[in-house]
Design a protein around this ligand. Structure first.
Ligand SMILES: *[C@@H]1O[C@H](CO)[C@@H](O)[C@H](O)[C@H]1NC(C)=O
Ligand SMILES: *[C@@H]1O[C@H](CO)[C@@H](O)[C@H](O)[C@H]1NC(C)=O
Length: 372
């Protein structure tokens, strides 16, 4: 699935040059970025909410890519592959933790994993069946982490030091939405053959397996967000503007089981610490009452076309050519038909970092905790 860049023939010179350039750039970045002595690395697993550009490098379709204008227009002034006008939650969290911007795992070039890396892939779910073939499913994200990153850290720093980086790191998971959205967006017989309860069990079961695999590699500090009310996104609202409540039903069951399973893991796994952010309430509140949060528009996307700009055409590269872009993305909850603006990502990151009244604990706390 990953496209590997190889050096052949005339390309050798170019590749070597690129390699040297990347190495120099890395040294400069590290030099100029004063890291806290005891920094905790940041590893990110998930879907389009957290994908910083991995899908730029896989064989997929523009449905799962955002590496074209006007994505990225505000902060980066360049389409990075992020499904937003600017930065994502994970970019802000890295900044708060005084880490450099965390790179996508598949970004070609020189990789240093001391500060972490981002495995998230737009469209991915916890189940292999979810948008199969066009995403990096959670299992593959975990495999990359274990086979490439864990191995690299232990080889580079030695077993003990590498192990310390892994145990001090924070692991953020944001996944599951696509497992449920795909029920409504595709016609998979596998998906249709389960009850809500059975289906949620599969998703939570697979997520749990992945968490345990990271724990087995030495991971101890985990951040989670529950599932947002995606049925209220511009792309899924009904004729009269009503939210798709069937999707909310799945999300509610999922969110209840997530609370339970994390509580169980905390009891079963020695040293397991976690923070659970209530993404569901915080998004619902902003969609219903945007003014209270300094926003003007909770229903219409900034970029897209049709009703609520719910036609997923932002950028004009997904079949439908027509799209409009609003003047000020900062006033909107939704950037495109399914994804949030940078302003929203920043608001969520602030809450996740400091811990709002409705979250289990804060990410700041996790980053600053020393695990024994
Ligand atoms: C990419 O995927 C398409 C459709 O699945 C396939 O036909 C094509 O051969 C793939 N290309 C590469 C380079 O793997
Ligand atoms: C994970 O999902 C697959 C379907 O993709 C299912 O067959 C399997 O039982 C699930 N695993 C767990 C532990 O629930």
């Amino acid at each position: 699935m990953a496209t590997q860049s190889t050096c052949h023939g005339q390309l050798v010179v170019l590749c070597v040059t690129f390699f040297i350039f990347s190495s120099i750039r890395w040294f400069i970045e590290v030099e100029s970025h004063s890291l806290p002595e005891n920094h905790a690395a940041f590893f990110i697993f998930g879907d389009s909410f957290l994908d910083a550009g991995n899908n730029n490098y896989i064989n997929t379709t523009t449905l799962d890519q955002a590496n074209f204008w006007p994505y990225g227009q505000t902060h980066f002034r360049f389409p990075t592959g992020r499904f937003s006008d600017g930065r994502l939650v994970s970019d802000f969290i890295a900044e708060f933790a005084k880490l450099p911007l965390i790179s996508p795992f598949l970004q070609p070039g020189f990789h240093q994993y001391h500060y972490g890396v981002n495995f998230a892939s737009a469209g991915a779910g916890a189940l292999s069946e979810t948008f199969h073939g066009s995403v990096i499913e959670l299992k593959a994200q975990i495999r990359y982490f274990k086979e490439e990153v864990e191995t690299w850290l232990k080889r580079k720093l030695g077993k003990a030091e590498g192990g310390l980086v892994l145990s001090k790191a924070v692991y953020l998971f944001g996944i599951g939405t696509n497992d449920y959205m795909s029920l409504f967006l595709t016609n998979s017989p596998f998906l249709k053959s389960h009850s809500i309860s059975q289906y949620v069990d599969l998703v939570i079961g697979n997520l749990t397996t992945s968490i345990k695999q990271v724990y087995d590699s030495g991971g101890r500090k985990f951040g989670f967000m529950n599932l947002p009310p995606m049925g209220c996104s511009p792309g899924l609202r009904g004729e009269r503007g009503e939210c798709l409540e069937e999707l909310a039903e799945y999300a509610n069951v999922h969110n209840q089981r997530l609370v339970k399973v994390l509580g169980d893991l905390e009891k079963q796994l020695k040293g397991f610490k976690y923070s659970l952010y209530d993404f569901s309430s915080s998004l619902r509140q902003r969609v219903e009452n945007p003014l209270k949060y300094g926003l003007k528009e909770g229903k219409d996307a900034c970029c897209g076309t049709g009703r609520f700009r719910g036609v997923f055409s932002c950028g004009g590269r997904r079949g439908v050519k027509e799209f409009e872009v609003c003047r000020n993305p900062n006033e909107h909850v939704f950037w495109d038909s399914y994804h949030l603006t940078e302003n929203l990502h920043k608001q969520l990151a602030d809450e996740m970092w400091s811990g709002s009244s409705n979250s289990h604990s804060s990410l700041r706390h996790l980053f600053q905790t020393v695990c024994g």
